[in-house]
Ligand binder design. Structure first.
Ligand SMILES: NS(=O)(=O)c1ccc2oc(=S)[nH]c2c1
Ligand SMILES: [Zn+2]
Length: 261
């Protein structure tokens, strides 16, 4: 049997379906978005995040990504509007990135791969808890923000990247408080939306994706910082945590809607 899933040749995206059959479903993520196939939907409402900075709890390296965890025990930090019905609770945010600046994002836009992609994961409390929400088509909403390398990095990214030094190896966790992730949003609220899945096993098809059109900028050494994380534990050989992205999956007739013309 294969070892636990990952992004290497022996346990990577091409083999996930062996232990997680949903990986071969009809509504998998990520996907490639081609503007010519996108449908502008004027009925799409704007989305709104109202996050409580006090909800941020910890930041951790789980050997597959760098994740910030929030208190989602009540409607404390929520996402509303856009394609969503009701308020979805912010549970965690994490990133996917490449071994060099020319790739790393999961969604690909008109052939463009960004250096990284940040995911803010929210769940629908009408389904009781996160585990229950995973089983529902309207269970989870993920806001995706593309990161590109540039000269005017967003100072707010600094906060996450400063913590990297405390979580270098797999299993490391550090307190991460007083953080409002909405400072990471770009100026424009324009977005694409479609129905898809988790981009990691078990690949449940429970996600309403809200992908922001405008990327945010990070600096080359901020990307280097991200790439300095290790997949392995502190007593093991350093194994750079890079290329933790799933390639685009078949669209299978799904329509991607745009909030903008
Ligand atoms: N990459 S993603 O589809 O946003 C994704 C993948 C795995 C996850 O586990 C939790 S918890 N939230 C998750 C979000
Ligand atoms: Zn993700």
């Amino acid at each position: 049997a294969q070892s636990v899933w990952g992004y290497d040749s022996d346990n990577g995206p091409e083999r996930w379906h062996e232990n997680y059959p949903m990986a071969k479903g009809d509504k998998q993520s990520p996907i490639e978005i081609n503007s010519k196939d996108v449908r502008h939907d004027s009925s799409l409402a704007p989305w709104h995040a109202s996050y409580d900075p006090g909800a941020a709890k910890t930041i951790l390296n789980n050997g597959r990504t760098c994740r910030v965890v929030f208190d989602d025990s009540f409607d404390r930090s929520v996402l509303r509007g856009g394609p969503l019905t009701g308020a979805y609770r912010l549970r965690q945010l994490h990133l996917h990135w490449g071994s060099s600046d020319d790739h790393g994002s999961e969604h690909v836009i008109d052939g463009v791969k960004y250096a990284a992609e940040l995911h803010m994961v929210h769940w629908n409390p009408k389904h009781g808890n996160f585990a229950g929400a995973l089983k529902q088509p309207d269970g989870v909403a993920v806001v995706g923000i593309f990161l590109k390398v540039g000269k005017t990095p967003k100072p707010e990214m600094k906060r996450i990247l400063e913590e990297i030094d405390n979580i270098k190896t797999k299993g490391k966790e550090a307190p991460f408080q007083h953080f409002d992730p909405s400072i990471l949003f770009p100026k424009s609220r324009d977005y694409w939306t479609y129905h898809g899945s988790f981009t990691t096993p078990p690949c449940e098809e429970c996600i309403t994706w809200i992908l922001l059109r405008e990327p945010i900028e990070v600096s080359p050494d901020q990307m280097a910082k991200l790439r300095s994380l290790s997949k392995s534990g502190e007593n093991e050989a350093m194994n750079p945590l890079v290329d933790n992205w799933r390639p685009p999956q078949p669209v299978k007739g799904r329509v991607v809607r745009a909030s903008f013309k």
